[in-house]
Unconditional design. Structure first.
Length: 411
């Protein structure tokens, strides 16, 4: 068994300290990375007008961005589980820097797709290694640590409507180029994180030389653990499809349904995403206290009545329901990552790549499919249809209990 797998597999001791400075910096980098990534869907109303793109073409752009990220994340996670690469973090954000620069200057649809592929590559490198940094800095508070890390990403995504209203609407497509400054700041911060990460690996390597190599997790994965992993991925897919539909297309729904301007519609989307960021933060501590399975199940099922009724209520009520839906649904975001990591100990990068990366992937597939459906039956009917997706949260009732999870994780 390799050194990093043994390090990852260790159950946390009660007295292990949480390194908040590292968690806050990696969380900030996550915010900057995902804020840049959020520029892409934020530009949809701009591109739809300036280039005359269809909903299907917009879906293809989202597909290109998210699919590259989702396919590469588990691959990078598998590789870095065997051989950690601290300096991959700033290198990945450098890809993102070039991608966002190209996005602001893209003359046509094809160049836009190429640019978002570069952004996707940067995100694919960042997410599994960023999750590993959060795991290494967590101490005994893994739920809280993942919440701090993941809330950075969700906060970055929540900035998309403000980016649209304050930068992209007045400046147009060229406004995206300004985010090269954001990418450069993230690269600088990640150089600091990479140095800490590298030092931590050296210390861990010295410790492991004094320990037996048989302290790792069990070999082989029992069938019930595999089933639980399939269930948790199904839940993530359902959540991702719903969020993809709302993030990429709710602005168009609000413009048509409530006769809003682009700026007004972005405020509604901003409310949904900001509430989701708050939900992400509180989800980890709630799971530490009440259990991961409980939080995952309630976050999905409590969303259902509101997700179904949102398209039918007046705009003021819709705003309130969007706040509630975003908060409750996203309380499970960081929790599902920790749950999967504890299902399969020693595979921190792979599990992060699967849970976060495949979430992007399913969102990508959802973007194309939902864009096609919107072109086919109308944006209103599509938004109504996605309201039932959180019902798949019923499958959370079949997940192993937290007690069984701890027995496997520590066994």
């Amino acid at each position: 068994m390799n050194q990093q797998a043994i390090l990852n597999a260790k159950a946390p001791k009660a007295n292990e300290s949480t390194m908040f400075k590292i968690l806050f910096i990696i969380g900030l980098c996550h915010l900057l990375n995902d804020a840049i990534q959020s520029v892409v869907p934020a530009m949809f109303p701009i591109l739809e007008k300036s280039m005359g793109l269809s909903f299907t073409q917009l879906g293809i752009i989202a597909f290109s961005l998210n699919m590259v990220s989702s396919v590469m994340q588990p691959v990078i996670g598998i590789f870095t589980d065997k051989k950690p690469m601290p300096f991959a973090l700033p290198i990945g954000l450098t890809f993102t820097l070039f991608g966002v620069l190209g996005l602001g200057m893209a003359p046509n649809f094809g160049f836009i797709v190429l640019s978002v592929i570069f952004i996707g590559l940067g995100s694919a490198v960042f997410h599994p290694e960023g999750s590993r940094v959060a795991h290494m800095a967590a101490g005994s508070r893994r739920g809280l640590a993942q919440s701090i890390y993941q809330v950075g990403g969700n906060s970055g995504q929540a900035l998309a409507p403000l980016i649209t209203a304050l930068i992209l609407v007045p400046l147009g497509q060229i406004g995206a180029s300004w985010f090269t400054i954001v990418a450069a700041l993230a690269v600088i911060l990640l150089v600091y994180i990479a140095n800490w990460y590298n030092q931590r690996l050296k210390v861990s390597s010295a410790r492991l030389k004094k320990k037996s190599a048989n302290t790792g997790p069990k070999t082989g994965i029992p069938k019930d653990i595999k089933k639980a992993l399939v269930l948790i991925l199904l839940l993530i897919f359902a959540r991702s499809w719903y969020i993809s539909g709302m993030t990429n297309f709710y602005a168009f729904f609000a413009i048509k349904q409530y006769a809003m301007t682009i700026k007004e519609s972005q405020l509604y989307l901003f409310a949904f995403l900001v509430a989701g960021a708050f939900g992400t933060f509180f989800g980890g501590p709630l799971a530490d206290k009440f259990g991961k399975k409980t939080v995952i199940a309630l976050s999905m099922l409590a969303t259902v009545p509101f997700s179904i009724i949102i398209p039918f209520v007046p705009s003021g009520v819709a705003f309130i329901f969007l706040l509630f839906t975003g908060f409750v649904l996203m309380t499970s975001f960081s929790v599902t990552v920790v749950y999967a990591q504890e299902l399969v100990p020693g595979k921190i990068g792979l599990m992060s790549g699967l849970t976060v990366g495949l979430a992007f992937g399913m969102g990508a597939i959802g973007s194309v499919g939902l864009g096609y459906i919107a072109d086919l039956i109308g944006i209103q009917s599509m938004v109504i249809g996605i309201g039932v997706l959180p019902l798949l949260g019923l499958t959370a009732l079949f997940l192993p209990s937290d007690k069984k999870l701890r027995e496997w994780y520590q066994g």
